[in-house]
Design a protein around this ligand. Sequence first.
Ligand code: TXA
Ligand code: MG
Length: 355
Amino acid sequence: MNIKTEIVKINPLAIDLDAIARAGQLLKKGGLVAFPTETVYGLGADATNPQASQKIYQAKGRPSDNPLIVHIANRAALDGIVANIPPQADLLAEKFWPGPLTMIFQKNESIPYETTGGMDTVAVRMPSDPIALALIEASNGYIAAPSANTSGRPSPTRTEHVVQDLDGKIDMIVDGGAVGIGLESTIVDLTEEIPVILRPGYITLEMLQEVLGEVRMDPGLIEADSLQKPKAPGMKYRHYAPKADLKVVEGPLSAVTKEINNRCEILIKQGKQVGIIATEETKAQYEYGTVICIGARDDEDAIARHLYGSLREFDELGVDAIFSESFASAGIGQAVMNRLLKAAGHQVLEVKDVE
Ligand code: TXA
Ligand code: MG
């Protein structure tokens, strides 16, 4: 399958409504349109059209049991696709919508099983990106959109990433520039007695607890070697992964940089190419390989925003091995470490203080 993918640049501060209307028409006709959201780029299709949803799975090479998130532009649209709305949903919507929070509900018959990967529940999110909202309004109001990457690769945070993975496979890419957050939305399951986080994101456990009281983390997410299967089907796949072997090095910073230098020296002597995910504080201390600085260590937002892009850059360079520093796990750091450890297949090197 090779179709012409049109790329349409749109300024989020002065949205070209004609272009958006055209993209909306494509979606209404069952086409595929990638578009920016505040978290990552999404690959959109009409969520109420089973054939359109199926095309998403084909374009991404996504396993058919992995359900899609339905994107809406206003709170009223929620009533059209879910069987019931628990009171917690309105509390969360009030506080976090539009924004990087996805909630899971019992679905009604408007959403086909092709969209939910065969599940009776549906994930719903109202994004805050103005281009995304305009596009949803120009469509029939329900856009199914996973991240706009080939299944298994890091999610796209800029249009170039979408082009790398999906050029020739989808009808249109709406180019709205780089995204703001850089990691996918928090997913909270409201079909359980106690709400459960199925995927950590910018909206943290603490933020949800402040609104709802008791909230749990899906036990399948917490431990690398957990026997518990994660409840979000997508979290069980190796995911967000670069092509190279990625290892995370954890411990006191001086020991981390020393360990990475030692390992890189050995690999380079063997003729291998290496990449290092570094920070402002450490970037000057690395002696080998290609160093990408993703932000200052206390700037978690910058680290989140640049993580996937750095993994893709190393893919482009064709490095054999990547070493990453480990990051603080408070706030969005929890989502950063969740994605980084998954990308690394949980390969962690613990190092001790150097004298
Ligand atoms: O930030 C985001 O959420 C982005 C942007 C485009 O909105 N979308 C995104 O979609 O990350 P995707 O398909 O890459 O990830 C959706 C995750 C998968 O892990 C999937 O298994 C889970 O949500 N999910 C979707 N529907 C579900 C359901 N009914 N029950 C449990 N998990 C569900
Ligand atoms: Mg994804």
